[in-house]
Design a protein around this ligand. Structure first.
Ligand code: GLU
Length: 544
């Protein structure tokens, strides 16, 4: 019995050939230089920032070049699969403005290179598994988990490389008849690649890291697990070849398995895609940096950014800053350009760890929202509230015009205000614009006792005319300040505090607190006109 017969014993149902597969998934007809990229998340229900980070790179590379960006679900590890996880990935990506041209969709596939869920591609993997067996490049291995553990122990004790290879590959050279007998006994098997004993090195030109040199693979690594499902390594090579990926963008944790992938591409006679191994996400801790951890750092989960209500634009801006060293420079030169106009380049990527600094993200987010038109803020904030804060969604819908006017307060000034950081924080900040959520949080200034407060508000209301323009309004405030014995110029009060009851700062603070609940708030005249006369009078009356 030869390899051909062995292949038939192992894969009796496989009749298609590799050529059939090549025909079924032909080369894509795309313009010269167009890149085909993908993300391959596992459906664990946990979408992490690294998924988005790699997605942004893939999306940019593909769409910048007129290529294709697709979603493949890597579900070969069924232990980790969670119901609804595919929707979670798609929704999270959509929320952050990452759209796929093809790939898995919630109820199936979109595109002609599918199926896009690996478990549904079993027959495709088996065609190539059979082909490798026929060529004597793969074999069934009957080692049990216990035998492999024992082997590892023995190898470690002898200071040898652990694993199944060379003389340790017990089932590599058994005869097909023996194999047949073991299968007939019902023994479980995995399919292993026949590694070559060698001292050679491989060299790969990584688009981010440059030349990477590593020892060539000599392991009999697993291609198919005992349930016939492929390992990541086998699936990656077959899928990225047949789906015609030009670039594989993945985390640097995969770098160490690269020799297996190179081995398979060579064995199958296929051209390797361009590998792009991205730096691990890190955070600052103390004086050093460390890897972000799923257990310790909520910010590793993409859902964190959704729950906080970080605008997708802010995330893009932030990640592009982290991803490409020349982005900030470009942004300064092109302050109003869409980030999609930035010529993204793999060679400008850092390899020393990408720093996720949430303070920086908040800062960027403030600037991004600061530049958004009020209508867009209202729309995005409302969409977020619909998901996370129904009480505010109701208010925005009940008072659409007031909300818009409120969002415009201080925006057209020479130095626009940057009060809003995230949609979650916007609910806090904006709450004073609605009676339903308004509350006085800050105390009146220490310098003003209750009688002074009463005296001031009675005085203010007696001359208040809602139709005053901002200059006329301020003249009145100054007149009251003077009349009550407060300094109109804060520096006069500073110089001679004994001559005054306080300064105009205390007067305006009283107004801010009564109107907004906070001493730190936008322009009083503008706020008053957003709130309208009735609300203004009512809020001030409460202190008079
Ligand atoms: N399923 C792999 C992961 O989640 C994808 C790696 C790749 O993109 O090839 O890390």
């Amino acid at each position: 019995m030869d390899n051909l017969q062995l292949a038939d014993i192992l894969f009796p149902d496989v009749t298609a050939s590799p050529e059939d597969m090549e025909k079924r998934f032909p080369e894509r007809s795309l313009p010269e230089g167009a890149c085909v990229t993908r993300i391959g998340p596992s459906p664990t229900g946990f979408v992490h920032l690294g998924n988005l980070y790699n997605a942004l790179i893939g999306e940019r590379i593909a769409h910048q070049s007129g290529g294709v960006f697709y979603l493949r679900i890597e579900d070969t590890d069924n232990k980790r699969e969670v119901e609804g996880a595919v929707e979670t990935v798609i929704n999270a990506m959509n929320y952050f403005g990452v759209h796929f041209d093809e790939g898995a969709v919630s109820d199936g596939d979109n595109g002609s290179y599918g199926p896009y869920r690996q478990r549904q591609r079993k027959d495709i993997y088996h065609v190539f598994a059979k082909h490798l067996v026929q060529r004597g490049l793969a074999y069934p291995c009957f080692l049990t988990a216990e035998e492999i553990d024992a082997l590892r122990e023995q190898q470690t004790a002898a200071k040898e490389n652990p694993g199944v290879y060379g003389k340790y590959a017990k089932y590599r050279d058994i005869t097909p008849e023996e194999t047949k007998a073991l299968i007939a006994e019902g023994k479980e098997w995995v399919l292993r690649y026949k590694g070559v004993e060698t001292d050679e090195y491989i060299s790969v030109e990584d688009a981010i890291r440059g030349k990477v040199e590593m020892p060539r693979n000599n392991m009999d690594f697993v291609l198919l697990k005992s349930d016939g499902i492929p390992t990541y390594h086998f699936a990656h090579v077959i899928d990225d070849h047949l789906m015609r990926s030009t670039h594989v963008i993945r985390g640097e944790e995969w770098l160490s398995s690269l020799p297996m992938h190179v081995e398979l591409f060579n064995a199958l006679g296929w051209k390797q895609p361009v590998y792009c191994h991205t730096a691990t996400l890190m955070k600052l801790e103390g004086t050093g940096k460390r890897k972000l951890s799923k257990r310790k750092d909520p910010e590793l989960a993409l859902s964190y950014y959704q729950q906080e209500g970080i605008s997708p634009d802010a995330i893009w801006e932030f990640l592009l800053t982290v991803l490409n060293s020349n982005y900030e420079e470009w942004r300064i030169a092109n302050p109003d350009a869409d980030y999609r106009e930035f010529p993204y380049s793999l060679s400008k990527m850092s390899i020393s760890g990408a720093l996720v600094d949430l303070d920086k993200l908040r800062d960027i987010s403030k600037n991004v929202i600061g530049k958004m038109p009020a209508e867009k803020i209202r729309e995005e904030w409302l969409a977020w509230c619909d998901e996370y804060r129904n009480d505010f969604a109701e208010l925005i819908r009940k008072y659409p015009e007031r909300t818009l006017a409120a969002l415009n307060v201080g925006r057209n000034a020479a130095k626009p205000r940057k009060d809003l950081e995230t949609w979650k924080q916007s609910c806090d900040f904006m709450s004073f614009y609605y009676d339903e959520t308004f509350k006085v949080s800050d105390p009146m200034p220490e310098e003003c006792d209750e009688a002074t407060v009463k005296e001031f508000f009675a005085e203010y209301l007696s001359t208040y005319d809602h139709s005053d323009d901002s200059a006329a309004w301020f003249d009145k405030v100054k007149a009251i300040t003077e009349k009550m014995g407060f300094a109109v110029k804060p520096k006069d009060f500073k110089k001679n505090p004994e001559l005054y009851r306080g300064s105009i700062v205390h007067i305006t603070n009283m107004l801010r607190i009564a109107l907004t609940g906070h001493a730190n708030a936008p322009d009083i005249w503008e706020v008053s006109h957003v709130l309208g006369e009735d609300i203004v009078r009512r809020r001030l009356q409460a202190f008079a």
